[in-house]
Design a protein around this ligand. Structure first.
Ligand SMILES: Cc1cc2ncn([C@H]3O[C@H](COP(=O)(O)O)[C@@H](O)[C@H]3O)c2cc1C
Ligand SMILES: O=C(O)c1cccnc1
Length: 347
C-alpha cells in the first residue's frame, strides 16, 4: 500500500487563475501597478479555486520538540527552553502568541516531546512521542515508528485546521537545537558543505560556530549512506521537523495554501517537496531569515520571499507577519471598483 504522504496533492486551478487575472485587468489601476499584490491575489485564487480569494480563517500551529543533538552544546540556550517556551506560547507571551492574537488566527501548540515538563499541558496538545529525538551525531533521530507517529501528528493538525474552515495554514516550530539538525538535513539534500549553510541559530557566538559545523559534519559522516529525502528526515531531522514536513504535504492534499516561515520551516518545506513534488505550488515563502542557509533553501524552492525584516526567530513569526499583506492583496482584488463600475476611462 502506498504511504499517505506520497499521494499527490491537487494542482492549482488554471481556470480560476485565468479568471482572476482577467479580473485584475478590469480594476481601476494601470495593469501591473500593484506589483506582487496582483500576482499574489491571482495565485491565491488559483490555489483556493475561486475568483475572489479569502483569508479570513488563518490557522497557526506550532510544533514543539526536543533534540538529542543538544548534548553536543550546539545552541546558545539550554534545552529546557523548549518546554518553557511552550508554556509561554500558551500564556500569550511569545512573539507568535502576540501575532496570532493580532491576526485573530486559530492558534494551536502541539508538543511532540520535551525533556522538561510542560506546566500548562491542559492547553497544549500533548502528542508526546519521546522526551527527545536521537543525537544525530551517533544515532538516528527517529525510528521508523517514531517518524510515522510524528508525520501523523502533522497530518492530523492540518485535518483539524481544515475542519475549522481554514483558508491559509501557517506552521511554526520550537525546539532548541533544531537549527543544527535542519542544517544537517539541508547539507545532505543539497549536497552542500555544512560550513556554507550553518548559522548562529539562537545566537551562538562566532567562536562556537566552528564547533557547531564540526557537529553537523560528524552527523553527516555518521549517516553517510543516507540519501533519500524520507531517510534524511528520519536520520537527521527531529519530531518537530517531521510534523512540519507532513503538515505541508497534507495541505497540498487538502488544497490548502501554506505560508512558510523562515529557515527551519523552509528546510521542512524543501524536504516535503523532495518527498512529494506536488507540494511545491501550495507553498508561499513569507520572509527571508538572516540564517545564512536560508538563501540556499529559497533558491532550491525557486521562491521569492515577501518580506525581508532581518528576522531569525522561528515559531512561525515571519509567516504570521506576512498574513496582513496577503489579506490586503485579497481585499484589493475583491473590493476595488472596475473601470466600468467607476466610470473611469480604460484607454
Ligand atoms: C527564547 C527563545 C525563543 C525561541 N523561539 C524560537 N526559537 C528558535 O530557536 C531555536 C533554534 O535555534 P538553535 O538551534 O540555536 O537552538 C528553535 O527553537 C527556534 O524555533 C527560540 C529560541 C529561544 C532561545
Ligand atoms: O529562520 C528561522 O526559522 C530560525 C532562525 C534561527 C533560529 N530559529 C529559527
Amino acid at each position: 500500500m502506498q504511504e499517505w504522504f506520497l499521494r499527490p496533492g491537487q494542482a492549482p486551478s488554471e481556470k480560476h487563475r485565468a479568471k482572476a487575472q482577467a479580473w485584475q485587468r478590469q480594476l481601476t489601476k494601470p495593469d501591473g501597478s500593484l506589483g506582487r499584490l496582483e500576482s499574489l491575489a491571482v495565485e491565491l485564487a488559483a490555489l483556493q479555486q475561486r475568483k475572489h480569494p479569502e483569508l479570513k480563517k488563518v490557522n497557526i500551529c506550532v510544533f514543539a520538540s526536543d533534540h538529542g543533538v543538544c548534548a553536543e552544546l550546539v545552541s546558545a540556550f539550554p534545552q529546557v527552553v523548549t518546554a518553557q517556551m511552550v508554556n509561554n506560547f500558551i500564556n500569550g507571551g511569545a512573539a507568535i502568541s502576540v501575532l496570532a492574537k493580532a491576526l485573530k488566527a486559530e492558534f494551536e501548540v502541539v508538543s511532540l516531546g520535551t525533556v522538561a515538563p510542560v506546566h500548562e499541558m491542559s492547553a497544549v496538545r500533548d502528542e508526546t512521542i519521546a522526551r527527545q529525538s536521537g543525537n544525530i551525531t551517533c544515532a538516528d533521530a527517529m525510528t521508523d515508528g517514531e517518524l510515522a507517529q510524528a508525520m501523523d501528528i502533522g497530518r492530523e493538525a492540518v485535518a483539524r485546521a481544515v475542519e475549522t474552515g481554514c483558508e491559509l495554514f501557517v506552521a511554526g516550530e520550537m525546539g532548541i537545537g533544531n537549527s543544527t539538525v535542519a542544517t544537517a538535513m539541508l547539507a545532505r539534500l543539497l549536497d552542500q558543505p555544512a560550513a556554507s549553510l550553518a548559522g548562529p541559530g539562537t545566537g551562538l557566538p562566532l567562536n562556537r560556530m566552528a564547533h557547531k559545523i564540526a557537529v553537523i559534519e560528524r552527523a553527516l559522516a555518521h549517516h553517510r549512506h543516507v540519501k533519500a529525502p524520507l531517510d534524511v528526515l528520519r536520520c537527521l531531522g527531529g519530531f518537530d521537523i517531521a510534523a512540519l514536513v507532513a503538515s505541508y504535504i497534507a495541505c497540498a492534499q487538502a488544497k490548502l495554501p501554506v505560508l512558510v516561515d523562515g529557515y527551519i520551516c523552509g528546510v521542512a518545506a524543501l524536504t516535503a517537496v523532495c518527498i512529494n513534488p506536488s507540494v511545491r505550488p501550495w507553498l508561499l515563502a513569507s520572509h527571508r531569515s538572516t540564517e545564512p542557509g536560508h538563501g540556499a533553501v529559497l533558491q532550491a524552492l525557486k521562491a521569492e520571499p515577501l518580506l525581508d525584516l532581518g528576522m531569525r526567530l522561528g515559531e512561525g513569526s515571519g509567516a504570521a507577519l506576512a498574513v496582513p499583506l496577503l489579506r490586503m492583496a485579497c481585499d484589493l482584488h475583491n473590493n476595488m471598483a472596475t473601470f466600468n463600475e467607476a466610470g473611469v476611462s480604460e484607454h
